[in-house]
Write a protein that binds this ligand. Structure first.
Ligand SMILES: Nc1ncnc2c1ncn2[C@@H]1O[C@H](COP(=O)(O)OP(=O)(O)OP(=O)(O)O)[C@@H](O)[C@H]1O
Ligand SMILES: [Mg+2]
Length: 140
């Protein structure tokens, strides 16, 4: 069966519109009567992933594909990529700038939170290759 797919563009360094993709996903899932707790987990993952693209990545996109058994969220960007993914997944690891920290980011909690709130996560990245984060949420 072919699922419902939605894609939203994310612009690097655009803090004015940052977070809009995940709000759109949240509203979509509300309209589809998803369980509020599941919506919350998906929204956290979407928001953290979207902010990482805005702060650390390049231009990119967030997409969700929904079928009967699962929701797959993919967040990708064409930015500088991640040198050491294992390190980036560790709680507290951050390369955020002073400017980002002044805005309240840079705790190094985004990727660990995405791991905690998704059922499956796969991060693919290498320097100069951009970054792709794929998360799966089991439905029912
Ligand atoms: N899309 C991306 N492109 C390049 N580097 C990334 C990307 N996403 C994450 N990273 C790297 O992984 C690190 C850890 O990311 P994580 O989201 O856990 O923390 P953070 O963004 O630094 O801080 P927080 O999310 O708590 O505000 C980042 O500091 C950055 O070095
Ligand atoms: Mg982050």
């Amino acid at each position: 069966m072919t699922g419902l797919t939605k894609t939203f563009k994310i612009k690097a360094k655009d803090f004015i519109h940052a977070g809009e993709a995940s709000i759109n996903i949240q509203n979509l899932l509300k309209s589809l009567d998803f369980n509020p707790q599941l919506i919350r987990r998906i929204a956290i993952c979407g928001y953290e992933g979207e902010m990482n693209v805005v702060m650390h990545g390049g231009d990119g996109q967030l997409s969700v594909e929904i079928d009967t058994s699962k929701l797959v969220m993919e967040i990708s960007d064409n930015g500088p990529g991640i040198e050491d993914i294992e390190m980036a997944m560790k709680t507290g690891f951050s390369t955020a700038s002073d400017e980002h920290r002044e805005m309240g980011f840079g705790a190094g909690m985004g990727l660990p939170n995405m791991k905690k709130n998704s059922d499956e996560i796969a991060v693919e990245s290498s320097p100069g290759q951009g970054t792709q984060v794929k998360m799966v949420f089991h439905l029912s």
